[in-house]
Design a protein around this ligand. Structure first.
Ligand code: 5GP
Length: 173
């Protein structure tokens, strides 16, 4: 099977994730527990690295959604796996692999805000602003990229390539 070409290498990702973790702790205050909510499956590797880059108290949980474009351009998002624990009163950070149209994130922010957390922020590794269909706030962005289909570091193409240690692009893309 052909290996995707390197788009962002391991060293760049590691350095940026370290910066993001430090910034999250700085913004949250030294003793505030940060509750990370990773969006499965794409965010699992980013979560593992980001969680270890945030000094001080961190807890985490997982949520899973499936997004599919409906007949309207607004798309639809479905909850596949809910959180295990309540987020009431917690400083929540949604951990997402990539924000594309923004529809998934807008849905997640809405349902999580309704559960009375202390705050809801978002950290995404990648953002493709040219693809947005809905304005959605993202406090921490790893890398802003053009409209290219990327794989690796948790991101798949037909469930392949998630385990790649770097972010890659397929040939011809
Ligand atoms: P959105 O709701 O923002 O359009 O979709 C976000 C989701 O679409 C991401 O969590 C990811 O699963 C998928 N996605 C968007 N762009 C890419 C991409 O370039 N590569 C991969 N592998 N998935 C993507």
């Amino acid at each position: 099977m052909k290996q995707p070409g390197v788009f962002l290498n391991e060293a760049k990702i590691r350095a940026r994730v370290a910066e993001m973790g430090a910034q999250i702790r700085k913004d949250s205050g030294p003793d505030t527990p940060v509750h990370l909510i990773a969006v499965l499956k794409g965010a699992f590797i980013f979560l593992a690295d980001l969680a270890r880059a945030i000094p001080g108290p961190v807890s985490l949980d997982f949520i899973s959604v499936s997004s599919y474009a409906g007949k309207s351009s607004s798309g639809e998002v479905r909850l596949l796996k809910d959180l295990d624990r309540s987020i009431e009163g917690r400083a929540v950070i949604i951990v997402e692999d990539i924000v594309d149209t923004g529809l998934t994130l807008a849905y997640l922010q809405e349902i999580l805000r309704a559960r009375d957390p202390k705050s809801v922020k978002t950290a995404c590794l990648l953002s493709k602003p040219s693809r947005r269909k809905i304005e959605v706030p993202v406090e921490y962005i790893g890398f802003t990229i053009d409209d290219r289909f990327v794989v690796g570091y948790g991101l798949d193409y037909d469930e392949q390539y998630r385990q790649l240690p770097y972010i890659g692009v397929m040939d011809g893309d």
